[in-house]
Design a protein around this ligand. Structure first.
Ligand code: ZN
Length: 496
């Protein structure tokens, strides 16, 4: 090594150390209090609540005209928005953008008392208005008859910013079905916006509603994945978890896993991996091999036509899916110990799934497909968020740069920022191993690690912690516990 390159390496290490993000030795310290500039902190807000972001409700952030807009679940499970202007290097927000009917007062302190399904997804429309969809966990009986599924809780709610590019004020647009959960926006190049969601609790169809006028109106829901009781055992209903994103050109990808939903003796079992693609020119669907599909897809039909892999008795969970320049899909699923597995379509078959890294458990994240052979995954796990890269089409994976780490906390990621980049790839919430409340610091992470914010702007809890101490939530009675468990069995849910 030349003297100059040694100097450069030392300088690079020092810069990393100053930034407080995964320096030599990497794990260690709490990034929030280590490494930020004077008067600054590494998180952009401290009022994330429960599980504020997820890869499932997505996008949770979009970069539009050099501003990254971020939506997350805050106090009372309400949707909040922050914005970062990359040119001016200034933050704004958080602003509360609506009311989640599932929120509780006072703030819950037991994770089991937070529903989390109503966390928001965000999209900026063709005119620059910002839309959030949030608050749904299938909708209650009081909202009317759900023809596509079984009732749950909450109310899927759509709000829009009153002005383009301005997060300061919001209004409700009452134009989508209230029976939604896991709401996801997909925006096409021509400006059409598709809203995908599960139309009720577990035993419900997955549907979409399409808007061709910047979300001012939506077509009625169309079913994609069908729920139904099994012929041989009416106690078990076929159910699904699905993830949607824009594919190549005017197409949308759907990747999903199967959930055998038991009415009696409910479990969270999920199996297998599936894929299909929508041609938005005529809203027709095809499998990876190009065969036209009949919708809605049943379990039997999916096994025959859209299977990526059969997980056998090993449980799986949804991940994310993106296409390469040829339009071929690359898919992440979680399996076994929650470790992410990768597969891609080879043109006539799916590559056997490969474990990206066995270094941690309970991983989650997203990926960038640079070319058919070059893929970067950004994964949480083991108290850090890190890139794992392949240059051989996913057969082998190498450890890449770490964007944040801690010995005292784990990080829960959202899906990649829509149109994000080195200035901000992903939003994560920080979950400390020891804390007596459910508020979370939130971070926007780019190539330089967390995007800093002045401490005064990032501190948004006010008196909430003091108030919680003074007025703690009432202890649960046995009766309330039993009722909750019954509800849980009926509608089948904890978080997810
Ligand atoms: Zn279920």
């Amino acid at each position: 090594m030349t003297g100059r390159s040694a100097q450069m390496m030392i300088l690079a290490s020092l810069l990393l150390l100053l930034n407080g993000v995964c320096p030599a030795g990497e794990a260690g310290g709490t990034p929030a209090v280590r490494g930020a500039s004077s008067g600054m902190v590494n998180y952009f807000t401290d009022n994330g609540f429960g599980n504020p972001v997820s890869t499932l409700q997505h996008p949770c952030a979009e970069r539009y005209k050099d501003v990254t807009y971020i939506a997350y679940q805050g106090p009372h499970e309400d949707p909040f928005v922050c914005a970062y202007d990359h040119a001016a290097k200034t933050w704004s927000g958080p602003v509360k953008a609506g009311e989640n009917t599932m929120g509780k007062t006072p703030d819950a302190v037991d994770p089991k008392d937070v529903d989390n399904h109503g966390r928001p997804a965000i999209i900026v429309d063709g005119k620059g208005y910002i839309h959030l969809i949030f608050g749904g966990h299938g909708g209650s009986y009081s909202l009317g008859i759900n023809n596509l599924g079984t009732p749950g809780n909450g109310r899927q709610t759509h709000v829009v910013s009153k002005n383009p590019g301005d997060i300061s004020s919001w209004e409700v647009l009452d134009n989508v079905d209230p029976f939604g959960t896991y709401s996801q926006f997909v925006k096409m190049d021509d400006g059409d916006i598709y809203l995908f969601y599960r139309h009720g609790s577990h035993r419900s169809d997955w549907v979409y509603q399409k808007s061709t006028d910047n979300c001012r109106t939506f077509a009625p829901p169309a079913s994609l994945l069908k729920h139904k009781a099994q012929e041989s055992d009416r106690n078990i209903h076929d159910a699904w978890y699905a993830w949607f994103d824009k594919g190549k050109g005017d197409t949308i990808t759907a990747s999903y896993v199967y959930h055998p939903c038991r009415v009696m003796g409910h479990t969270k079992e999920r199996y297998n991996g599936y894929y299909m693609k929508m041609n938005c020119a005529d809203d027709s669907w095809h499998n990876a091999d190009g065969k036209a599909l009949s919708l809605p897809v049943t379990k039997e039909y999916a096994d025959e036509n859209t299977l990526v892999f059969n997980s056998g008795t090993e449980r799986s969970n949804h991940g994310t899916c993106h296409v390469d320049n040829d339009g071929n899909p690359h898919i992440l699923f979680r399996m076994g110990k929650g470790q992410v597995r990768y597969s891609r379509w080879l043109g006539s078959a799916w590559q056997a799934p490969v474990v990206v890294t066995a270094e941690s458990r309970n991983q989650d994240g997203d990926m960038i497909v640079e070319s058919p052979l070059s893929v970067k995954t950004l994964l949480s796990g083991g108290g850090e968020l890190r890139w794992w890269n392949t240059s051989d089409g996913g057969l082998t994976w190498a450890k890449g740069a770490c964007l944040i780490s801690s010995t005292e906390a784990g990080y829960v990621p959202g899906a990649l920022v829509r149109n994000g980049g080195p200035g901000g790839w992903m939003v994560v919430s920080e979950h400390k191993a020891v804390q007596n409340h459910l508020f979370r610091n939130l971070y926007l992470l780019g190539d330089g690690g967390p995007v800093e914010r002045a401490e005064a702007g990032a501190g948004n809890l006010g008196d909430r912690l003091k108030n919680l101490e003074a007025n703690p939530p009432a202890p649960k009675t046995d009766k309330a516990e039993k009722k909750k468990h019954k509800k849980s069995a009926d509608s089948g849910d904890g978080d997810e």
